[in-house]
Ligand binder design. Sequence first.
Ligand code: MF3
Ligand code: CO
Length: 263
Amino acid sequence: MHLKPTADNTIVLKSAREIAIMREAGKVVAETIRALEEQAEAGMSTRDLDQIAARKFQDVGAESTALGYFGYPGHICVSVNDEVVHGIPGPRKLKRGDLVKVDVAARYHGYVGDSTHCFAIGGLETLSDRARQLVQVTQEALFHGIWQARPGNRLSDIGAAIEAHVSANGMNVVRDFVGHGVGRNMHEAPQVQHHGPGGRGPVLRPGMVIAIEPQVNLGSAEVRMLEDGWTAVTVDGSLSAHFEHTVAITADGPEILTLRDED
Ligand code: MF3
Ligand code: CO
C-alpha cells in the first residue's frame, strides 16, 4: 500500500479462531497465485491473468479486495519489468523473459489474505544473471523480514532485516510503499516499512497479522506514478521485483498464512 502520512494506529489483534479463518483466506490467495504462475505464458495479456484470478475467486466464493479499492479497476495487480506495483491489467501482451509480479488480495469468510509472487514468462532461466539475482534476493529479503515477525521484537526489526539483505547485494528497497496490518480489511494498522533502522515502533505481540511486501529495484529506489494514477514504475527504467506474504505473529513465531509448498 501507499505510505500514508496519517493512519489509525490501533492494531487489531486476532483470536485463534480468526487466524484459523485467515489461514483459509491465505490458502485461497496462494492457490490463485499458483494458478496464475502455472497458466501465464507468452502471448497472454495481463487482463487474461486478471480473468484467471476473477474466475478462481468466483469458484471458491472469495472476493477481490483490490477491485473498487479507491476505484481500482482490476481484480488483481499485474506489474511487469520496471513496473513496481499496482499495474492495472489490460491489453499488454506478455513476452518470454518478462518479469511479472502478481499481487493478489481477496476476502474469504470475512477475512483478507494478501500475497504477491514474482516470476518470469518462460521461467527464471530466461532472465539475465543479475535479474535472476534480483528475484532471489527480494524473496530472501522477505523471508529475512518474516523471520523477525515474532513476539518481543519491534516492528522496524522487520524492515531492518529486509534492507540489510538487499543492500548487501547492491540493490535498493523502494520506500514509497509499505506493508500493512491485515484482517477484516486489506489495509489495517500498522504500516510496515521495508527499511531500517531496527528497534523502533510497537513491540510485536501474538495475534498481530501483517502483510510484508518489499519491492526491490536493481537501480535507483525512486519510483514515479504513470498517468493512470496507479502504476508505479522505476524512474530509471530498472527492473523491480516484489514478493509479499500475510504473516500471523504467534507465540511460537511467524506463521505464513499465504505460503505455497513451493515457496
Ligand atoms: N498488496 C497490495 C497493497 O497492499 C494490494 C493492492 S490492491 C490495490 O498495496 F487495489 F490497492 F491495488
Ligand atoms: Co499488500
